[in-house]
Write a protein that binds this ligand. Structure first.
Ligand SMILES: [Zn+2]
Length: 127
């Protein structure tokens, strides 16, 4: 809790426990600030619900970025079966969470997640 932060940077909730979003490692274990230094220089504060949503959004973006590379025939973290499966499972988990919060996500829609799940399934069938 940091009273100086005041309110959640996403939903504006005040008088709740706020946490600075730790960028740390991305979904594929890479150091995050290497990829988005500008984000790291202006850390934001989020309430518990929003920080979970931000983590979901971050994982989704990591997986989408790597899948786009894979689809384009470039080197991708999803080239191995293990990582591909792990990413697929994470997307299903994200989809379940988004459907559970009934459109409450401020950052990501279950439609976007569904589209990526479909694209990845199509890629699996082609392989
Ligand atoms: Zn919030």
């Amino acid at each position: 809790m940091d009273s100086a932060a005041g309110s959640c940077n996403a939903c504006g909730a005040a008088a709740t426990a706020l946490m600075k979003l730790s960028l740390g490692k991305d979904f594929f274990g890479r150091t995050y600030d290497r990829l988005s230094p500008s984000t790291d220089q202006s850390p934001k504060w989020y309430c518990e619900g929003c920080s979970m949503q931000k983590n979901i959004q971050r994982d989704f973006r990591d997986i989408l970025g790597e899948f786009d590379k894979l689809a384009a025939g470039q080197h991708s973290s999803l080239s191995t079966r293990e990582e591909f499966q792990r990413a697929s499972l994470r997307l299903r988990e994200i989809s379940t969470i988004l459907n559970g919060t009934a459109g409450r996500s401020l950052f990501l829609t279950s439609v976007e997640v569904g589209q990526l799940i479909d694209r990845m399934q199509t890629a699996t069938m082609r392989a």
